[in-house]
Design a protein around this ligand. Sequence first.
Ligand code: ARG
Length: 478
Amino acid sequence: MQKKISTPQSKTWSGRFSVPTTELVKNYTASVFFDKKLALFDIQGSLAHAQMLSEVGVLTQKDFKEITKGMAVIKKEIETGQFNWSIDKEDVHLNIERRLTDLIGDAGKRLHTGRSRNDQVATDIRLYLRHQLDTIQLYLLELIQACATFAEHHFDTVMPGFTHLQVAQPITLGHHLHAYCEMFERDFERYEDCRKRLNRLPLGSAALAGTSYPLNRQRVSELLGFDDISRNSLDAVSDRDFAIEFCSCSSLLMVHLSRLSEELILWMSPRFNFIEIGDAFCTGSSIMPQKKNPDVPELARGKSGRVIGHLMGLLTLMKSQPLAYNKDNQEDKEPIFDTVETISQTLQVFRDMLGDIKVHKDTMQQAAKEGFATATDLADYLVKKGIPFRDAHEIVAKAVLYAEKRQIDLDDLSIEDLKKFSPLIEKDIYQVLTLSGSLNSRNLPGGTAPKQVKKALSQTLSRVKKGLALSQKRLLSR
Ligand code: ARG
């Protein structure tokens, strides 16, 4: 059988081979289709490497100057879409290196001294992810800000709080939304923690064992803005735990967003009718003219699946890999890229959507009145009069049953009726059974009393403000 073979053989590593790879294998093993996304970070890493090489005398100043000039041309070609990406050159690293040699000759061939694609790619992906992470953290802060601002407008808007999706106790919408602010702030902290381990420089590890050239790794680390250098070459070229951590943080964030999505979808359903999401974030149906569908939260709920999928993909990619680098690791890129894109888009669209939601306060208030939401308050009232909680619970359960049969609420019962359940009940009970009485009584840190909610939200907003300033500074320092 005739094999389909590409000729002439022009691979960078082809010297050792007598038979060239088939087209099929070439396509199977190449990564340039997707890793060209790393191009500008690859150039950034190469320039720092070359500068250090020239400083320690491995390259001449002249070589470094040539490399700088050549890279500037390449950068421009890439940015203007004129760069000729070739599958024959396998990946982003070889494409750029070959082009550099075409442009500047031997100095281009000397760039790879003391380096391997293994530590090169490990560096590139960290530079890329750090950059994306900084942007994602900014978007996340903006989302928290939008969520807290929305919540502030509703610090005293009453709604039913649910457990088991059954009316449980009255809460405020501000309190409910603040819960998401808290989840998102923890997501932010997790990203911040992930960034610490991500921000270490692998360059200098070479293929796996380090290099015999007198590299100044600390200097490259400084030039590229890393916090430190990696401490073991085998580990640095092979582990992708930082990418797994990133996908793990992202999965949790998507899980939180999917919970919020689910609630927004429910609340917008005519059965609830608590809110209306702005037209700009909804779509219609091609067949049912009356429909307005909450597509944005539905899609976010769905997209959580792909991010969690990427986490599973990367964990499985890493599992059982022997030290050090294996080609398996080339498969890390697409899940990372897709996670970055999904998270960035979702955060921005949620940030904007949260500023465009109409709240139907009356419907929410009405819903909070149904379902005996203040039953616990009645029990607590009795406890405060000396009845053990378990007995109070029993008394109130009977009162609820009684009211339910008559299809009225607890505060519609007359004082005579209420006294039948416990003679300790006095007229002041009506204050306790109102929604505002119930809300205001939960006046402790973390509770739903509007006073507490207002305070918690203003603290959230001031933390976010500080975070935003830091985040913008970080981005500007690039
Ligand atoms: N394209 C490769 C990757 O993404 C670069 C490293 C190649 N190293 C090697 N030893 N073949 O992992």
